[in-house]
Design a protein around this ligand. Structure first.
Ligand SMILES: CC(C)(COP(=O)(O)OP(=O)(O)OC[C@H]1O[C@@H](n2cnc3c(N)ncnc32)[C@H](O)[C@@H]1OP(=O)(O)O)[C@@H](O)C(=O)NCCC(=O)NCCS
Length: 366
């Protein structure tokens, strides 16, 4: 049998196939010393249309088999919320994972998925970023544990995507700040400067965790309204995602900024989740900058337009980082900034962070 004859591409629709799809990363990343395994239940729920976002999404997962072996997967998504927000017929390819040396199978699978999007009247396709659904492709640090939520894909993914006609659409940066005594002293001054200007920075726990979750949704929607790649989200979908974090360190590390009794800025931060969630081979010790209990991360920051340029972002990030340091973290991630988002890059730099990881999102016309 020729190699081409043994390739099979399928649009999958059964619970067993969804499970096999969700487990593919266990093959691709099997020889890694440290990686973030997928949340299988969550992914199967999404593929089955059993999430609160289901009403906004047409989603079709595809798999490629070479003989009896599953070698690649991708989900084609028509995200109606994105399309109405931006007025663009842009489809998305999320969940892309593939074994090495399977160029023909991967190419055929991507073609099938793009045909599905074109039939759904999409005019172009993006892979590597969709709010809450997909994250960009790493272009460095291959083989090492990526920051929480980010991909640690093998380098050959870029060849697969470029052979399928994709171009780099955006670059993204993951920053890291060392929480040194000098940095912490500077952070204390940033919080104080904001306070003197009438802005109080409070942790989500101090503000009231569930009220802070709703404030996060509102301020994030407003702050990101013109931010590339974003689509609006609802309180109903965010509450079950963030509500269960009540009582965890997230409540102490995440911040709101309050001016004249109104929330004008929000930060969502997490402690080092690698001890709980990463799969680390026994005997392997992570570099303290990457994990093992010493790397916290600021995942998201937004300030209402009218409150910008007054040090609100700096003060929220500073207080989050100071709390990380009190909880024995030595590094803080500032994750993930578009190459052309200078207000955010300048915020990262003013916090003393440096670029420690680079990523790209791809796009092509259909
Ligand atoms: C990025 C963002 C959070 C910054 O908030 P902010 O409260 O205005 O920031 P600050 O006032 O604390 O300023 C932080 C630094 O950025 C600089 N800065 C702020 N806005 C800037 C702008 N428009 N252009 C250039 N520099 C800017 C400040 O001067 C300061 O640097 P400095 O101390 O070296 O002078 C805000 O612009 C925002 O919400 N943007 C939309 C959402 C977003 O992009 N979030 C980040 C995603 S990674």
């Amino acid at each position: 049998m020729s190699a081409a004859a043994s390739i099979r591409i399928e649009a999958i629709n059964s619970p067993q196939a969804f499970e096999e799809f969700a487990r593919l990363p266990y093959q691709v990343y099997a020889d890694r010393e440290a990686w973030w395994p997928p949340d299988i239940r969550n992914e199967v729920d999404l593929l089955s249309g059993r999430t609160l976002t289901a009403p906004y999404l047409d989603l079709q997962p595809f798999c490629a088999w070479s003989g009896v072996r599953l070698v690649a997967r991708v989900s084609a998504v028509i995200n109606r919320r994105y399309i109405s927000h931006w007025g663009q017929q842009l489809g998305q390819l999320i969940h892309f994972e593939a074994a090495a040396g399977e160029d023909a199978a991967v190419g055929a699978m991507l073609t099938r998925a793009m045909e599905w999007l074109a039939r759904g009247k999409m005019e172009s396709v993006r892979s590597g970023f969709a709010a809450f659904l997909d994250y960009p492709y790493a272009i460095d640090n291959y083989g090492s544990l990526p920051s929480f939520l980010l991909r640690g894909n093998p380098e050959y993914y870029h060849r697969y995507l470029k052979d399928a006609g994709f171009e780099t659409e955006k670059g993204q940066i993951d920053y890291t700040a060392a929480l040194t005594p000098e940095a912490l002293a500077r952070y204390a001054r940033m919080v104080e400067a904001a306070r003197a200007g009438g802005v109080a920075v409070m942790s989500w726990r101090e503000y009231g965790f569930l009220a802070a979750v709703d404030a996060w949704t509102e301020v994030t929607n407003a702050a990101f309204v013109r931010h590339w790649g974003w689509n609006p989200i609802t309180r109903d979908e965010v509450r079950p995602m963030m509500g269960p974090l009540h009582g965890t360190a997230v409540g102490d590390l995440s911040m709101v900024a309050v001016a004249r009794r109104e929330v004008v800025g929000v930060v969502f931060s997490v402690p080092d989740l690698s001890p709980a969630l990463a799969q680390v081979r026994p005997g392997v010790k992570l570099h303290p900058e990457r994990g093992g209990g010493t790397r916290g991360a600021l995942i998201n920051i937004g300030v209402l337009e009218r409150a910008r340029g007054r040090g609100v972002a700096l003060a929220m990030a500073a207080r989050s980082f100071m709390t990380m340091a009190r909880n024995r973290m030595r590094y803080a991630g500032y994750t993930l900034v578009l190459d052309d988002n200078w207000p955010s890059r300048r915020t990262a730099m003013a916090l003393g962070a440096r670029a420690t990881g680079n990523f790209v999102t791809y796009r092509r016309a259909l």
